[in-house]
Design a binder for this molecule. Structure first.
Ligand code: FAD
Length: 413
């Protein structure tokens, strides 16, 4: 065995939102943190609409001021469109205590900013260093890393947090992957100069993500996420079999799909499609366990549900916050129970989102939000979940999400 050249308290794989926030939180505890990131930042990432709940974790990590001052597009809610129907939720009007506003961010800048904040907090980040193998046989885990110069080296860590997102490093290396319960869906997306003139666009609000249901298929939907400076992220999500019917380049397929919705077509009639579209398929994923001896999985390296309610970054940051708290007790010498203190609490909110995601694709939740008669208090409870407060047990739609939502669906059907 190659002799160990380096040691650290905590090794974080990946400098996305979960990795950077975890690194900063661990630095607050005085831990020596090394983050290994495969890419050079700034780099593109999908997942641009944040939820207000995420602000609490950015604040906890000491990153909020930097995010607020960066000039990202302010966001205060979500708008939904289905044919002629329009409804929107203002997240400031919600059944939850906490932030009601947040931002829509180009992830290249946002992730870079969080990484720089983690470095300021004292974490070391090595860009273009890829984790390629793990060895859990010894007392402490060891990873093999391919450095920027192509040379391999090994590090021994007191603990490993896998924050590698869709890279899913430990799930792959340790055979932890299990299929998601969702059908295989894909997304095609790009950034455009949107050319939307607010006063002629009817129902359009730059401060909200806009989610549009396809006019013929309730399980196909579009996102439009306005950015500051007249640009936006636009994308479509559908089962892969549906997307495969559209031929040509990703840009051609995306524009063909957008043009199938008359309101979206009209809204974007002056858009400049200046960036080639990209696509991603089969992103929903799950694992057998979110932790093991010497490691835990954060954010997308654990489970990824679905993009429809923009919950990904919020779940990623929640996982970082929970894991940092468990590690604080672990390094203080306490007997920690990762299942009880990390996996179960994290899954609580993930399962709330899961209930709503399933109902969205089956059409039930769409009938709820587009229903003509809605009780204001129920709307405030739903608004809280859409704002990311999916762990707040004072909300009946969190506490008993399945039963409550089913009843509501029946009333609204
Ligand atoms: P990531 O942000 O993926 O970061 C992981 C990092 O690990 C990357 O920088 C990667 O380069 C690095 N890495 C990977 N492998 C290795 C390795 N071997 N060694 C070292 N480093 C490695 N979420 C939202 O909140 N809002 C949205 O609007 C939204 N829209 C989405 C739309 C789509 C179509 C999809 C698929 C997802 C969307 N998401 C959204 C989800 C969001 O993208 C993720 O949940 C979020 O980025 C997860 O953060 P993370 O820190 O776990 O991982």
């Amino acid at each position: 065995m190659t002799p160990i050249q380096e040691k650290c308290d905590v090794l974080v794989i990946g400098a996305g939102p979960s990795g950077s926030v975890a690194a900063a939180l661990l630095r607050q505890q005085g831990r020596q943190v090394l983050v290994l990131e495969r890419e050079q930042f700034p780099r593109f990432s999908i997942g641009e609409s944040l939820l207000p709940q995420s602000m609490a974790y950015l604040e906890q990590a000491g990153m909020l001021q930097a995010v607020v001052e960066a000039g990202f597009q302010y966001k205060n809610g979500a708008a939904f469109v289905r044919g002629e129907q329009y409804t929107d939720f203002d997240f400031r009007d919600k059944h939850a205590i906490g932030w009601g506003t947040t931002y829509q961010v180009q992830r290249a800048s946002f992730d870079h900013l969080l990484a720089k904040e983690a470095e300021k907090a004292g974490a070391e980040i090595r860009f273009q260093h890829t984790v390629t193998a793990i060895d859990l046989a010894a007392d402490k885990p060891r990873v093999t890393v391919r450095g920027a110069n192509g040379d391999d080296y090994q590090i021994e860590a007191g603990f490993i947090l896998d924050a590698s997102g869709f890279g899913r490093v430990l799930p792959r290396l340790l055979d932890l992957e299990t299929p998601s319960n969702f059908p295989v869906r894909g997304a095609i997306f790009t950034h455009i100069e949107d050319g939307i003139v607010a006063n002629v666009a009817g129902h359009f609000d730059r401060n909200k993500i806009r989610v549009t249901v396809h006019p013929q298929h309730c399980d196909v939907w579009y996102w439009l996420i306005p950015f500051a400076g007249g640009r936006c992220s636009i994308g479509v999500v559908a089962e892969t079999a549906f997307l495969e019917k559209y031929k040509g380049s990703d840009s051609e397929r995306l524009q063909a799909l957008v043009n199938e919705d008359p309101a979206s077509k009209k809204l974007l009639e002056n858009a400049c499609w200046d960036t080639p579209a990209r696509s991603i398929v089969g992103y929903s994923a799950n694992v057998k366990s979110l932790w093991g001896k010497g490691y835990a999985l954060l954010g997308n390296a654990g489970e990824f549900l679905d993009p429809v309610f923009s919950s990904g970054v919020t779940i990623a940051l929640k996982s970082a916050s929970l894991a940092a708290a468990v590690l604080q007790r672990h390094f203080a010498g306490a007997e920690v129970d990762w299942e009880k203190e990390y996996a179960i609490p994290l899954k609580k909110g993930v399962d709330t989102f899961r209930t709503f995601v399933e109902s969205w694709y089956a059409g039930g939740f769409q009938n709820v939000i587009f229903h003509e008669h809605q009780q204001p208090e129920v709307r405030r409870m739903i608004s809280a979940i859409l704002a990311g407060y999916a762990w707040d047990e004072s909300n009946p739609y969190v506490r008993e999400s399945k039963r409550r939502l089913k009843t509501l669906e029946e009333i609204c059907s």
